[in-house]
Design a protein around this ligand. Structure first.
Ligand SMILES: CC(=O)N[C@H]1[C@@H](OP(=O)(O)OP(=O)(O)OC[C@H]2O[C@@H](n3ccc(=O)[nH]c3=O)[C@H](O)[C@@H]2O)O[C@H](CO)[C@@H](O)[C@@H]1O
Ligand SMILES: C=C(OP(=O)(O)O)C(=O)O
Length: 425
């Protein structure tokens, strides 16, 4: 599928199964390089990003068996740390192989990672953390090289920003670094915690996950383990935004960790979109979208931030939803400077939006949207375009739709199951 054609308007109705958290599955695949035994992951989403991470593991010599969302990886036969350029540039999380490979083989060669083009994506925190553990990295030119001259060692460090992938990278590498590591100002997104859970099941000694101070006692070896990945809270929120925007009725079934949704729920409530939240399902019905102003009738601001603030990956979907909501709201994307450019397309569809600058957009709704042709610049903007197309009257064409499938399992199947009229091309 490279284009999605949606005939709107739609009112979504029915139920979907929530897939496993993409951003938990990806680092876990890299973590499987840390031990020679089987690492078994259940509830792994079948998405392009997972397929690309597996291609990297296989290119290194790991054996991979992936069926019915269960993944078994064994890296006993991995003998080198060189990752091909094409695979590195396919995905952001490719960089996460560097630390584990270097811990095992003393060196690794990778190329600049890919991922969504949503602004500058600095790697300095990875470099800083690895250096603290005894790994020298050169990331100025391709290929990137990583090497350690002696043994790794634990370290006390303070991250200058709470980077998600850098925290994961440092945490998994530190598991095999003798001594104590403390990561201060660590990221604590649910996927960071899930990765720590896997590592602990593999014999690591990590505590403080779920907080911004993660402590790791290095161990000599890790062993195989088995874990089930929790549902993807970003996928759930994306479908909830679609449901609310179309005044639909939706049940989402799967492994729901209610505490992953606390901030999300506060933000949806702001728009009058309430939902029932249980450990095995989420339900939303006929949301009456009306933005609640701040005290004094001030325009509310929806801003993203590191966990537990509102996740950046959910902002685009909320912007699309806001076009169908009564009232005015300011969205403030504090983390990425190019995520909001897709709002031009919403304007072309009839949305009442003012793009103040790359980080801020004011939306006043509700507006009647009409179908247009557009191209998805990144996963989340693509899903926001799907939401807008479902609200719009007429035919919308979303080109470059493959990028959406980097993060959303069975997108077309799930949309059809809840009543969206769509074709794939
Ligand atoms: C594979 C993966 O897991 N990707 C996720 C990961 O990317 P990734 O790990 O690349 O994102 P980072 O957490 O490093 O940074 C995200 C952005 O936020 C900025 N920043 C970050 C921390 C901070 O305290 N202050 C700050 O301004 C960074 O400069 C950067 O622009 O986390 C992002 C932020 O949740 C998500 O959008 C990505 O989906
Ligand atoms: C930005 C995302 O992914 P990545 O970091 O892999 O580009 C995302 O999942 O929205």
């Amino acid at each position: 599928m490279n284009s999605l054609i949606i005939n709107g308007p739609a009112r979504v109705q029915g139920s979907i199964r929530l897939s496993g958290n993409k951003n938990a599955a990806l680092p876990m695949i890299a973590a499987a390089m840390l031990c020679p035994d089987d690492v078994v992951l259940h509830n792994v989403p079948d998405i392009l990003d997972v397929r690309n991470m597996l291609a990297i593991a296989q290119s290194l010599g790991a054996s991979v068996h992936y069926e019915n969302s269960t993944l078994r990886i064994n890296s006993a036969h991995v003998r080198h740390g060189d990752v091909p350029e094409k695979l590195c540039t396919a995905i952001r999380a490719s960089l996460l192989f560097a630390g584990p490979l270097c811990a095992r083989f003393g060196s690794a060669t990778l190329f600049a990672p890919g991922g969504d083009v949503i602004g500058r994506r600095r790697l300095d925190t990875h470099c800083y953390g690895l250096k603290k553990l005894g790994i020298q990295s050169r990331m100025e030119d391709n290929p990137y090289t990583f090497s350690r001259s002696g043994a790794l060692h634990g370290s006390d460090m303070f991250l200058d920003e709470a980077s998600v992938t850098a925290t994961e990278h440092i945490m998994m590498t530190a598991c095999l670094a003798p001594g104590s590591t403390i990561i201060r100002n660590a990221a604590c997104e649910p996927h960071v915690t899930q990765l720590a859970d896997l590592l602990n099941a593999m014999g690591a000694k990590i505590c403080g996950m779920d907080t911004n101070r993660i402590c790791i006692e290095g161990v000599d070896n890790l062993h195989g383990a088995e874990i089930t990945i929790a549902g993807d809270h970003v996928e759930a929120a994306s479908y909830l935004a679609l449901c609310a925007a179309t005044r639909g009725e939706l049940e989402i079934h799967g492994r729901i960790a209610p505490h992953d949704y606390w901030m999300t729920r506060r933000v949806f409530e702001r728009f009058g979109a309430n939902f029932t939240l249980k450990p095995d399902f989420i339900a939303m019905k006929n949301a009456e979208l009306k933005i609640r102003p701040d005290i004094g009738n001030a325009i509310p601001v929806i801003a993203d931030g590191p966990w537990p603030q509102f996740p950046s990956d959910m902002l685009s979907g909320m912007i699309a939803m806001a076009t169908q909501c009564q009232g005015t709201v300011l969205f403030f994307e504090k983390m990425f400077e190019s995520r909001m450019y897709f709002v031009d397309k919403l304007i072309a569809m009839g949305a009442n939006a003012v793009a103040c600058d790359p980080h801020r957009v004011v939306i006043t709704g509700p507006t009647r949207l009409h179908g247009v042709a557009m191209s998805s610049p990144d996963i989340r903007a693509g899903m926001a375009m799907v939401t807008a197309a479902c609200c719009a009257k007429g035919r919308s064409v979303i080109n470059n739709a493959d990028v959406i499938q980097r993060g959303y399992e069975d997108l077309a199947g799930k949309l059809r199951a809840i009543g969206v009229d769509l074709q794939e091309q």
